[in-house]
Design a protein around this ligand. Structure first.
Ligand code: 5GP
Ligand code: MN
Length: 315
């Protein structure tokens, strides 16, 4: 495809390249922005891997070149490539870069780049990167493969979501041929749990409230719970997924008390499009996973009532 070639042409032309992903990065964001680093270095480019969030999530510290990620911008940039980021404000940049390529798979992407490659049917942004590399006959070193694979695992819930199809497995198989050890990635991601997270889960589960005949479940995480258990923000990541796993639930919603307001995380199972609800409240995401922050609002009950009205329409 033309745009896949065009993106590589822009990369070839640039000397100073900035790789960037959304704030509070998940496996896909960090895996994607780190994936091109070894290839671009090999091409002799000056490469900066930037993320505005510090510290980065510890559970991703096994990603090759994790220690290269910086929250300081370079003086000179010819080309900026953003990954997995649906809107410009979530990059944490103050100014628009001179030339920006926006690579993503969020259906809600606002096309803020000079070139926009958005593939909503791809399971992860890293899968889009894989396709770019293949389209341009670029060899995939093991360090790159681990990043792409990890992003694929985290964004598909370990190959469980509807986004998983033959192409995803073909991509994964090829990455294994490039040097990925799936059991190593799984152990790094899922076998290094923290006691603080389990203690937080126990507290959060006590708040579960079901409505809409059990099709909707809310779960709450307060700052107090985090303080008592010693949990950190990363510890809240998968709570909402486990609430969705309840048999009757179609939509699970986590409300988390943050500095700027209440952060909502929405997950659906079979049919409800939660990205629309997140967008209505100033956020975004995917059909089955979306989020937003209700800024300046700290009343859990009020936010729940508001969301109940929205959710009733779609479950
Ligand atoms: P999570 O609930 O894990 O924070 O996010 C689920 C999905 O929704 C992710 O793909 C994430 O990028 C997106 N998302 C979460 N919060 C926001 C937000 O405030 N704005 C936008 N645009 N997307 C969000
Ligand atoms: Mn993603």
């Amino acid at each position: 495809m033309e745009i896949y070639k065009q993106i590589w042409d822009e990369i070839k032309k640039a000397d100073n390249i900035l790789l960037i992903a959304h704030i509070n990065p998940d496996g896909d964001a960090l895996g994607s922005e780190l994936s091109l680093y070894p290839i671009l270095k090999r091409m002799g480019k000056k490469v900066t891997v930037f993320n505005a969030t510090k510290p980065l999530p510890e559970y991703l510290d096994f990603l090759p070149n994790f220690d290269k990620v910086t929250n300081k911008l370079p003086k000179k940039t010819d080309l900026t490539i953003s990954f997995d980021c649906g809107s410009f404000d979530r990059l944490g940049l103050e100014e628009k870069p001179s030339f920006l390529i926006n690579i993503d798979h969020h259906i809600s992407n606002t096309n803020y780049g000079d070139i926009n490659l958005i593939e909503p049917n791809h399971a992860s942004t890293s899968q889009v990167i894989y396709d770019i590399l293949k389209a341009n006959n670029i060899d995939i070193p093991a360090d790159t493969a681990v990043c792409i694979y990890t992003a694929l695992v985290t964004d598909t819930g370990s190959f469980q979501y509807e986004s998983v199809n033959d192409k995803v497995f073909e991509c994964a198989a090829d990455l294994v041929r490039c040097g990925v050890k799936p059991d190593f990635v799984s152990k790094m991601l899922f076998q290094r749990d923290r006691l603080s997270r389990l203690r937080l889960l126990a507290k959060a589960y006590e708040t579960i409230e079901m409505c809409c005949e059990g099709k909707v479940a809310f779960v709450e995480v307060t700052k107090e719970m985090m303080e008592i258990t010693g949990a950190i923000k990363d510890d809240t990541d998968t709570i909402v997924n486990s609430v969705r796993a309840l048999a009757p639930v179609e939509v699970a919603c986590m409300l988390r008390e943050d500095d700027e307001g209440i952060k909502i995380s929405l997950r659906s199972k079979n049919y409800a499009d939660v990205s629309k609800i997140a967008q209505k409240h100033g956020g975004g995401g995917h059909i089955r996973a979306a989020g937003a922050t209700i800024k300046g609002e700290f009343d859990f009950e009020k936010v729940k009532e508001m969301l109940k009205k929205d959710l009733k329409e779609i479950v």
